[in-house]
Write a protein that binds this ligand. Structure first.
Ligand SMILES: CC(C)=CCC/C(C)=C/CC/C(C)=C/COP(=O)(O)OP(=O)(O)O
Ligand SMILES: [Zn+2]
Length: 464
């Protein structure tokens, strides 16, 4: 046997997925090597958010929305949400009044006469496009957009989608999964139409989807995935039943989904992808506000044994930019105030009708458990298209979905060290120039905070 044949037969087989993993890591490491060998000035330029180009890319997409997107014809409320939410994160609103009116009119035409929104005018109402349409209208804001939502009929549509297991069906005769639970409960909560009939047994359905790995799958018996894990955790938070989930196992699964690239993978042994910056990264600001439940489940919370460990938590380098910085105390020490056992939150007092607002006021009992700086680097260096738009990973193409969820994840990272979402982050929390700062989001609904407050005031004034 020739030496080369002997050698190749002794080599272990490389699977297709290992090959792809290697190629992605190689691309990412080349980018990071180039970055780390660059001057400080060039590094700042590389980390700069190409705000104007993203805005131009998004506005162009919005103008094309009514006429094109044939292949995404059943997804136009989603396209609208991805674009208007991305613009809102960038601090922009729709740049022309006619276009804004057209978007509201278009979404009204997607509204079914019996409630809920379809993927386009005349299409069957669907929970996912209902969530996208409602979040788009909240993001557009103002009387015309908010009052265009028929809440009475939407409530009837949500109730019609409810199934015996406690979950929801995505549409008449459709799939029953954790996405459906989240989209139904999220719109019911933000529109102030939540009641016991909608909430009945939803928690049981979500719990039945937590897997042996600790994450949450789309349906019982399936594989844990970041998209469904965010949906499951947020649903339980919105119905105030998070204490029923095994949170230590959930956290254990979640933190190990952040790869050496800085980005997150959606499930074990898969490639990192920019959109999981939100689906996985977005779970961390929820967990911060659920710290008392985590500590209760861990059996800690006494003064001596205050909380989940803050050791090794990613705390960005402190500089003199941080006026609070003194001596050696960690960020976590300064920003998080674990409660003693006697101070755990009284869950029975929480009213579901106001949980969105109450959630923002909660103590942050545990620090951010993700590496927020390297996730920002992954988004800015590996997912940004300099001409505008963001993408899954190097060599992929930009699209509105990845633009929306990369920017949502970037906003989460920038604000996650702040004591309150109302106060601007300190400079050390922001990778790249401070002008990279995005608007904060409401972590349960993924709409920007100002627009959430406007919608909350509007809808809390009227019960159904
Ligand atoms: C609110 C709402 C509608 C949420 C949807 C959440 C979401 C993103 C779910 C993901 C679904 C899924 C199993 C993707 C796997 O795709 P893949 O196999 O192409 O990707 P992967 O290799 O990264 O797992
Ligand atoms: Zn993706």
């Amino acid at each position: 046997m020739a030496e080369s044949e002997q050698h190749s037969s002794a080599m272990p087989e490389i699977t297709e997925s290992q090959g792809k993993q290697w190629a992605v890591e190689n691309d990412v490491f080349q980018i990071y090597r180039f970055f780390s060998s660059s001057s400080r000035e060039d590094q700042d330029a590389l980390l700069k958010l190409r705000r104007d180009n993203h805005i131009e890319y998004l506005n162009k997409g919005l103008r094309q929305l009514p006429a094109s997107f044939c292949t995404l014809d059943a997804n136009r409320p989603w396209l609208c949400y991805w674009i208007v939410h991305s613009l809102a994160l960038l601090g922009e609103s729709i740049d022309d009044a006619d276009l804004e009116d057209n978007a509201i009119d278009f979404l009204s035409r997607c509204q079914d006469q019996n409630g809920g929104y379809g993927g386009g005018p005349g299409q069957l109402p669907h929970l996912a496009t209902t969530y996208a349409a409602v979040n788009s209208l909240i993001t557009i804001g103002g009387e015309k957009a908010l009052s265009s939502i028929n809440r009475e009929k939407l409530y009837k549509f949500l109730l019609r989608m409810k199934v015996a297991s406690g979950g929801f069906s995505m549409h008449d005769g459709g799939e029953v999964d954790v996405r459906a639970c989240y989209t139904a409960i999220s719109v019911a909560s933000v529109l102030n139409i939540m009641d016991d009939d909608l909430v009945q047994d939803v928690g049981n359905f979500v719990l039945s989807c937590q897997t042996y790995e600790g994450g949450i799958a789309g349906e019982p018996g399936a594989e844990a995935h970041g998209g469904y894990s965010f949906c499951g955790l947020a649903t339980l938070a919105l119905i105030n039943e998070v204490q029923r989930l095994d949170l230590p196992r959930f956290i254990d699964w979640l933190v190990f989904r952040q790869g050496v690239e800085g980005g997150f993978q959606g499930r074990t042994n898969k490639l990192v992808d920019g959109c999981y910056s939100f689906w996985q990264g977005g779970a961390f600001p929820l967990l911060q506000r659920l710290g008392s439940v985590v500590n209760e489940q861990l059996g800690i919370g006494t003064e001596e044994h205050t909380s989940i460990s803050t050791e090794g938590v990613d705390s960005p380098d402190l500089s003199e930019d941080d006026p609070d910085h003194e001596g050696t105390s960690s960020q976590a020490d300064k920003h998080f105030h674990p409660k003693g056992k006697g101070q755990t939150s009284d869950r029975s007092k929480v009213s579901l009708s106001d949980i969105g607002a109450e959630f923002l006021e909660r103590n942050m009992d545990i620090p951010p458990l993700l590496q927020s700086a390297v996730l920002q680097d992954y988004i800015l260096l590996c997912c940004q298209v300099p001409q505008g738009g963001l993408k899954d990973k190097p060599r992929e193409h930009r699209d509105f979905y990845h633009t929306c969820y990369c920017l949502s994840g970037l906003s989460v990272c920038q604000h996650i060290w702040s004591k309150s979402l109302d106060s601007p982050p300190l400079p050390w929390a922001i990778r790249g120039p401070y002008s990279n700062l995005l608007e904060p989001i409401h972590p349960l609904y993924n709409v920007i905070l100002d627009k959430y407050h406007e919608a909350h005031d509007f809808f809390s004034a009227s019960e159904l």
